[in-house]
Ligand binder design. Sequence first.
Ligand SMILES: Cc1cc2nc3c(=O)[nH]c(=O)nc-3n(C[C@H](O)[C@H](O)[C@H](O)COP(=O)(O)OP(=O)(O)OC[C@H]3O[C@@H](n4cnc5c(N)ncnc54)[C@H](O)[C@@H]3O)c2cc1C
Length: 388
Amino acid sequence: MMAGLLLARAGIETLVLEKHKDFLRDFRGDTVHPSTLEVIHELGLLDDFLKRPHQEVHQIRGRIGGTEVTVADFSHTPTHCHFVAFMPQWDFLNFLAEHARRYPTFQLKMEADVTGLLEENGRVTGIRANTPQGELTVQAGLVIGADGRQSAIRAAAHLEVQDLGSPIDVLWMRLTRKPADPPQSLGYFNFGRALVLLNRDEYWQCGLVIRKGEFDEIRAKGMPRFRQDVARIAPFLADRVDEIQDWSQIKLLTVRVDRLRQWWRPGLLCIGDSAHAMSPVGGVGINLAIQDAVAAANILTGPLKAGTLSIEHLRAVQRRRTFPTKVTQQIQVLIQEHVLKRVLGEDKPVVAPWPLRLFNTFPVLRRIPARLIGVGVRPEHVRTPRAT
Ligand SMILES: Cc1cc2nc3c(=O)[nH]c(=O)nc-3n(C[C@H](O)[C@H](O)[C@H](O)COP(=O)(O)OP(=O)(O)OC[C@H]3O[C@@H](n4cnc5c(N)ncnc54)[C@H](O)[C@@H]3O)c2cc1C
């Protein structure tokens, strides 16, 4: 959506295809980081964005065993906004779509499920999609695959995937939020579990991190044990875990971390999770996808307008975004392997390790994760013109 907005804004005919009929699905993160807010500011849309319902989270805290640790403090990020905005991703996508629609060059087609690529002499020339009205084919000067971690486009293009492995999955469920609850989203680590709570006003969106493949084991132990586990990690939820009556209320989200060796083919470029599926660790995947979109628009707008697009331009996008992708994924894999795997391994009370407790003793340290999470490596800035 961001790539579509930027290209249409620069005067390029752009069509965004989305397979669902709305963006109302809850299996997405809610985080809009300072780097993304900076892009929104550069587009002149920040005031409007901040008028929409959202929460501003200035610090990220976690409860590790009995100790609360503040691990990131965004007050010094070199950006206009010194906070992470929590906004359900459907509201964020609707916001972007609303602004993109102001450009006559932008079109959004919902319920268009891309199933394959059109090709001529080894060059991708468009896509094929299923719609309620039947099959749709679209010819395009460039196809951008931004269809997430189960990308149909990357599969159809036979792009080689490097799997970096992930030892975790996430169970996704809702529990009522009550007025006396903690106001902000928080992570809890204890008794062999990690639980992340996203504040969505009237309910908590809960993400329970489990060992990959452990869901069958959890189900076999039964629902009462599962509820007890959740209440043990976050005791304030004990009075409502009974709301989970059935396993169908719990969705298993499979986590994968991988990236393409080559993000492009002539006529095609993959960005975001389609090029590099991100772990939920650090909640940075959305923002990395947006940074890819900004870089792609910066590099491709000129050649697309001039009709001179070549594989050199597509290669340039990959070259620009590979370093931030590799660094971020490496940190995610490190945390998955050395922190989460260890926490998830042992069903006993956790004690916050001393390096983490240093964040409470020396608050200045919180600026480092804030910078990595909030801004990331090689932040992108909007360089594309706005067509008159
Ligand atoms: C459990 C979990 C929690 C996460 N939490 C966070 C978080 O809090 N913050 C964060 O920054 N990141 C989080 N991430 C990572 C984040 O979700 C991704 O990195 C990010 O969504 C990637 O954005 P994207 O636009 O590339 O893909 P997506 O957000 O997956 O968007 C892809 C879009 O393409 C559409 N689509 C898919 N297939 C087709 C098709 N064939 N035809 C047409 N349309 C199609 C989809 O419906 C979707 O709208 C989480 C990941 C997981 C697994």
